[in-house]
Design a protein around this ligand. Structure first.
Ligand code: GRF
Length: 197
């Protein structure tokens, strides 16, 4: 199974996926990373890890749909079967979601359905919750909705700063994203009727 990843920032989730795939934890290979910010951490990590990386700068695309069409073309050329949004900071359009039905996976830093959208960590702190966490889910047309694949919970400790809670969640993200991708890939194989490919 060939994986494509989309990232906009540091890329620590991308690297966790590469490590899981190379350790044999995923019956999948990392085919292509696409970033939208030149020189972002994910791009630097891809170069260090030897993963092909394409820059599709959203600032150079006339619309969200145009960016998504460019993403689809890049992943088609790399024969990607499953796409993972690992810190992709742009809203994707139905164009992309429909091109990858049940084949687009996202990681979100809260226990969905709580705290959808931007700054889920800040939302959790503001709400004063005692537990937060992260969610791996299939992407559907509503933002941060779609079938939940895996979740992990972390305590929110008294006096937690945004950075401290984000880091505690991030450690769990690196653990559950590979699990979620494995589940999505297994469901894909079952749907395609090719067990244990
Ligand atoms: C993660 O917190 C993820 O949940 C959110 O964006 C962040 C990406 O972090 N979608 P990184 O770029 O993978 O380090």
């Amino acid at each position: 199974l060939r994986l494509g990843v989309m990232a906009s920032g540091e890329g620590s989730n991308f690297e966790a996926l590469v490590n899981a795939a190379r350790a044999g934890g995923l019956a999948a290979e990392m085919a292509l990373l696409v970033v939208n910010n030149r020189g972002c951490g994910a791009q630097v990590r891809a170069e260090r890890l030897g993963v092909p990386c394409r820059l599709l700068d959203h600032r150079e695309q006339p619309s969200r749909e145009a960016l998504d069409r460019a993403l689809i073309e890049a992943f088609r050329q790399a024969a990607v079967d499953l796409v993972v949004m690992a810190g992709w900071m742009r809203i994707v359009t139905p164009t992309l979601i429909q091109a990858f039905p049940d084949r687009l996976v996202n990681i979100h830093p809260s226990l969905l359905p709580s705290f959808r959208g931007m700054d889920a960590v800040g939302q959790a702190l503001a709400a004063g919750v005692k537990l937060s966490g992260c969610t791996v889910h299939l992407v559907s047309e509503a933002v941060d909705a779609g079938r939940i694949l895996v979740q992990a919970a972390v305590p929110v400790l008294p006096g937690d700063s945004h950075a401290q809670l984000a880091a505690r969640i991030r450690r769990q993200e690196h653990r559950i994203l590979p699990l979620g991708v494995r589940l999505a890939a297994r469901d894909l194989d079952r749907a395609l009727g090719v067990e244990g490919q």
